[in-house]
Design a protein around this ligand. Structure first.
Ligand SMILES: Cc1cc2nc3c(=O)[nH]c(=O)nc-3n(C[C@H](O)[C@H](O)[C@H](O)COP(=O)(O)OP(=O)(O)OC[C@H]3O[C@@H](n4cnc5c(N)ncnc54)[C@H](O)[C@@H]3O)c2cc1C
Length: 414
């Protein structure tokens, strides 16, 4: 490891870095996957709750599942794929949100997405707020749902970028955890954990990669750290790469956090049913009852609300959830709730957010970020994906693409 020489260093052991390193190892390239944390997976992270259930603090859904490369990998790893309908495609609980209002909301959000698609055809990019129906009754809840998708409020997000996202509408889960599958895919890959990269000097004949465990010399590097960290220059490049820093600054990571809550007498509720406490504002949580049939509530907070709760510390999430849930089910309901686990991704030094969105006018930053430098520095990670950004499968595809580019260069065909 450090102090050493390898052909290729892959920086960051999340979905993109693992996919890239695995591909390199498969074709016999001498590579090292260098990860700052004490674990692999990055924003894919499965932990076990006190009852033994695998819970995903980061990605949980195999979006575009029938084309998602992590599906076959999960099957190869012997995991169980759950294909049941996701909560957002089922009716929500009627309490406080009657069926006729739910139908009205579905029509309103459908019209919002149609307007957004039309706006994206304009030459000038704009913020997603422009797709709202001014004064519309459902604008608050549309903003909330948008914050779960993008991690940001409508006024921060580019319509052009949002419209480029490709979604097949098929969503599955892995019972053993998405994070388990992604980390498991690194089997056979040489890895250095607890090894933060601080500088990549690409001024000399070989790359000089300075880490907290020493210097590594390499021919090429694939950098997969989140765009927030590129923008903050958490890794210093010598010479500097101002184009990359500017592109990454156009692709911040929005905030989305999940709080898992144990629910006493959970069987009273249908599985995978969603509850909204408020339908008139953006700062509200989405509460998924009995995810995968388990005695849990998976509470989801997005955008400015998630940022505000992170600032309040972990207890702030549970307090907020209890206040919203008791407003629907009555004050005695609080006694049935016990916090299990939250991870505040915005405060996580190796993520600084949950998933990327593009600022208005910054949709093309994804291609700029992904562009190799001198056929020696390659970039991957979900923020580099034009159509699958913000997802674990987007991370995978960018990682494999970067690995293939490296392989082509090494074979002299580039
Ligand atoms: C709450 C939440 C819910 C989500 N839900 C879904 C979902 O349902 N479906 C879905 O597809 N996606 C979802 N995502 C997004 C998905 O998790 C990410 O898009 C994906 O995991 C990103 O992979 P990546 O490899 O691009 O980045 P990362 O996973 O962030 O990997 C980058 C790695 O680089 C490491 N690193 C950082 N700095 C350094 C350094 N200086 N030196 C060395 N290593 C460094 C990090 O520790 C990290 O391991 C969710 C994310 C969150 C947070």
């Amino acid at each position: 490891m450090p102090g050493s020489e390898v052909e290729v260093v892959v920086v960051g052991g999340g979905a993109a870095g693992i996919a890239a390193a695995r591909r390199l190892v498969e074709v016999g390239v001498d590579c090292l996957l260098v990860e700052a944390r004490a674990r692999l997976g990055g924003r894919a992270w499965t932990v076990t709750d006190p009852s033994g259930f695998a819970i995903d603090l980061g990605c949980g859904w195999l979006h575009s599942a029938e084309h998602n490369p992590w599906g076959p990998i999960a099957r190869d790893e012997g995991a169980t794929i759950d294909k049941s309908t996701p909560p957002w495609a089922r009716p929500s609980l009627e309490l406080g949100f009657p069926r006729d209002q739910q139908a009205e909301f579905q029509r309103a959000i459908g019209a919002f997405f149609a307007r957004l698609e039309r706006l994206a055809q304009n030459a000038d990019d704009t913020a997603a707020t422009a797709a709202l129906d001014p004064g519309g009754r459902w604008n608050g809840l549309i903003g909330a749902v948008f914050s779960y998708i993008s991690g940001a409020e409508l006024d921060r997000a580019s319509v052009e970028d949002f419209d480029r996202y490709e979604d097949s509408g098929v969503n599955w889960r892995v019972v053993e955890g998405y994070g388990t599958i992604i980390a498991g895919h690194a089997a056979g890959v040489p890895v250095a954990l607890d090894c933060r990269v601080d500088r990549i000097d690409h001024s000399g004949k070989r790359l000089r990669i300075e880490t907290t465990q020493g210097v590594i010399a390499a021919d090429q590097a694939i950098v997969t750290i989140p765009s927030t960290l590129i923008a903050a220059q958490a890794i210093a490049f010598t010479p500097a790469l101002p184009e990359k820093v500017a592109a990454a600054a156009g692709l911040p990571l929005g905030f989305d956090d999940k709080l898992f809550i144990a629910l006493d007498r959970a069987e009273e509720f249908d599985r995978d049913v969603r509850v909204f406490a408020r339908t008139d504002r953006t700062g509200t949580g989405a509460y998924q009852f009995r995810p995968l049939g388990r005695p849990h509530i998976e509470a989801y907070f997005g955008g400015a609300l998630a940022a505000e709760l992170e600032a309040g510390g972990e207890a702030a999430f549970f307090d907020f959830a209890v206040a919203e849930l008791t407003s629907v089910f009555g004050s005695a309901f609080a006694r049935r709730l016990k916090p299990i686990r939250i991870h505040a991704w915005g405060s996580d030094p190796f993520a600084r957010g949950s998933y990327s969105y593009a600022l208005p006018g910054a949709a093309d930053c994804r291609q700029i970020l992904a562009q190799p430098v001198d056929n020696r520095l390659f970039f991957a990670g979900e923020a580099c994906s034009i159509h699958d950004f913000s997802t674990a499968h987007g991370g995978y595809h960018t990682g494999v693409l970067a690995a293939q580019e490296v392989i082509a260069v090494r074979r002299g065909s580039k």
